[in-house]
Write a protein that binds this ligand. Structure first.
Ligand code: SF4
Ligand code: SF4
Length: 460
C-alpha cells in the first residue's frame, strides 16, 4: 500500500533492491570513502600548506562539499550518511567485523545516552563551533586535517561507550544539517504498511536477526514519517522478514508538512543554517577584506569580536527577528495558536530557502575553484608528483558568466518553495484561505528580504 504520490523504487528497480540487500555493498563504498578521508588527513598534515594545491582543502571543502550540498542532500537526502567514513571504524569495531553479520552483542560499554541530549542541540552548537573557525579551517590544510581526525576519533570513542551510531544521530555537526535538509529530498525510506509493523511482534528491524543488525540510528521504521533521523543504512531492508521496507520517490519537501514532529531544536538548526549561509557569503564573497581578516584570526581580539557577533546573529538576532515576524503573522490572521508553536512551525519555511542559499554559495565556490581538483588529484601532497598527468592543469573558472544566473535561479526557486511552504503551514493552522494568506504575508516579507540580501551579495 503505497501513498498515491509515491513511486516504490524497489518494486520498479528489482536490481537496486538486490544490490541494497547485499551486505557487501555499503561497506565497500565506506572503505572507498575512508581511503579518501585518510588521504585527506595525511595530505593536510604532511602536504603543502598552500590550500589550492593540497588535496585536503580542494577535495574536502570544494569537491565533497559541492557534491553534498548541490547533489546528494537535495536529491537523495541522507545518502552521504549511508557511505560516510567517519562512523565506519567505530561501527566495525562494535560489530567485530565489516561485512558479515556477527552474532552476539555489540562490543561496547553499552552506556545510556543522556536523555536531555536526545535532540539536535549538540549538533547545533557543534556546527556553530566549526563554523566560527571555518575561514581558518578552509585555508589551512593542517587545521582542516586535525578537524577531520578529531571527528574520526570522537566517532570511535562514542562507539566504544554507547551502542549504535550515537555520533551520527546526536553529535555529528554535518549530520544535523543533512537531517534537516533531507526533509526536502524526493527520496524516502519507509514501511509499506504500518499495520504489518503494528502486528509484527518480533520487530526484527529493532532487534536485528541473522540477516542484519537492529537499526543503528535507533529509529523504528514502522513510525518513520520524515527523513530527518533515518541514515539510509538499509539495515532494515535486510532484516525485515515481512518485506515491508520500501524506498519511494515522492514530491520534494514532503516532510515539511509533518506537523506533529516539528521541534524547537530543529527550528534553531534552520536559523543557524540560514544565518551561516548568509554570514559565509558576507565574509568570503563580500568586498570587506577587513572582515575576512578578522574571521581569519589576524589578531585574537578581532576574531573574538567576530565570533561573538557570529553567535549573536545566529542564536539571537535572526530568531529574534523571526519571533517578531511570527507575532505579526498571528496578529494579522488572528490564529488562536500558541506563539511558540507558530514560531517553530514557520521556522520550517526557512528550510528550502536555507538550502538554496547554501547551493548558491557553493555554486560560486565550486565553479570558480573546482578546476584546482584536476591538478591536485595528480599531486595530492603538492610534492611535485604527476600521478595522472594532470598536475600542471591550470586554474580555469567554469562558466563565469553563467554563475550569477544559476545563483539567481536557485535562490528564486528556494524563495518560491519557502513561500509556498509558509502558506501550506498556515493552512494547517487555519481552514480559512484568507486568514492563511494573511498569516503568510509577514513570513513572505522576511523570506524575501533574506533572498534580496543573498542576491545583493552575489550580484554586487
Ligand atoms: S521488521 Fe519489518 S514488519 Fe516488522 S516492525 Fe520492522 S519494519 Fe515492520
Ligand atoms: S530506519 Fe532502516 S535505513 Fe533508516 S537508519 Fe534505521 S535501519 Fe537504517
Amino acid at each position: 500500500m503505497v501513498t498515491p504520490s509515491r513511486i516504490n523504487l524497489l518494486e520498479r528497480l528489482p536490481l537496486l533492491k538486490t544490490i541494497l540487500k547485499s551486505r557487501a555493498f555499503q561497506p565497500v563504498l565506506m572503505l572507498i570513502t575512508l581511503f579518501v578521508f585518510v588521504l585527506a588527513i595525511l595530505t593536510g598534515l604532511f602536504g603543502t600548506p598552500a590550500g589550492s594545491r593540497n588535496f585536503n582543502i580542494i577535495f574536502v571543502w570544494i569537491v565533497w562539499w559541492a557534491l553534498l550540498i548541490i547533489v546528494m542532500v537535495p536529491f537523495f537526502g541522507r545518502l552521504w550518511c549511508a557511505i560516510c567514513p567517519i562512523p565506519a571504524p567505530g561501527e566495525w569495531l562494535q560489530r567485530r567485523g565489516i561485512i558479515q553479520r556477527r552474532t552476539g552483542r555489540l562490543l561496547t560499554l553499552n552506556r545510556r545516552w543522556p536523555r536531555r541530549l536526545k535532540n539536535m542541540w549538540l549538533q547545533n552548537f557543534g556546527f556553530l563551533g566549526v563554523a566560527m573557525f571555518s575561514t581558518i579551517i578552509l585555508t589551512r590544510p593542517s587545521v582542516s586535517a586535525w578537524v577531520l581526525f578529531s571527528f574520526l576519533l570522537v566517532g570511535v570513542m562514542l562507539s566504544a561507550v554507547y551502542k549504535n551510531r550515537i555520533f551520527c544521530r546526536y553529535v555529528c555537526p554535518v549530520g544535523g544539517f543533512i537531517g534537516l535538509y533531507s526533509m526536502l529530498s524526493p527520496v524516502e525510506l519507509r514501511v509499506e504498511d504500518q499495520g504489518i509493523c503494528a502486528s509484527h511482534t518480533t520487530k526484527d528491524c529493532i532487534t536485528g536477526n541473522e540477516h542484519g543488525y537492529g537499526c543503528p540510528w535507533m529509529v523504528f521504521p514502522g513510525n518513520l514519517t520524515r527523513n530527518t533521523y533515518c541514515g539510509l543504512c538499509v539495515e532494515c531492508l535486510k532484516t525485515c522478514p515481512k518485506n515491508n521496507i520500501v524506498i519511494n520517490l515522492r514530491p520534494f519537501g514532503s516532510d515539511l508538512m509533518v506537523a506533529k514532529e516539528r521541534r524547537l531544536d530543529e527550528a534553531y538548526k534552520a536559523f543557524i543554517m540560514l544565518g551561516c549561509a548568509l554570514l559565509y557569503s558576507v565574509v568570503l564573497l563580500g568586498p570587506w577584506g577587513w572582515l575576512k581578516n578578522w574571521a581569519n584570526m589576524d589578531t585574537l581580539p578581532h576574531w573574538a569580536i567576530y565570533a561573538a557577533a557570529f553567535l549573536a546573529i545566529n542564536l539571537l538576532v535572526l530568531p529574534g527577528l523571526f519571533w517578531l515576524v511570527t507575532v505579526a503573522s498571528r496578529r494579522l490572521s488572528g490564529q488562536a495558536v500558541p506563539l511558540r508553536r507558530l514560531f517553530v512551525d514557520y521556522a520550517y519555511t526557512l528550510v528550502p530557502l536555507g538550502l538554496s542559499g547554501w547551493i548558491a554559495f557553493s555554486l560560486g565556490f565550486v565553479l570558480v575553484n573546482g578546476s584546482y581538483a584536476l591538478g591536485v588529484v595528480s599531486d595530492p601532497f603538492g610534492w611535485g608528483w604527476n600521478l595522472f598527468g594532470t598536475a600542471q592543469a591550470g586554474w580555469t573558472p567554469l562558466w563565469p558568466t553563467l554563475t550569477a544566473f544559476l545563483q539567481v535561479g536557485t535562490l528564486t526557486a528556494g524563495l518560491l518553495f519557502s513561500v509556498n511552504t509558509a502558506y501550506k503551514i498556515a493552512r494547517q493552522n487555519s481552514q480559512d484561505h484568507r486568514l492563511a494568506f494573511l498569516a503568510t504575508l509577514p513570513v513572505t516579507g522576511f523570506l524575501t528580504l533574506v533572498t534580496l540580501g543573498f542576491l545583493r551579495l552575489y550580484l554586487g
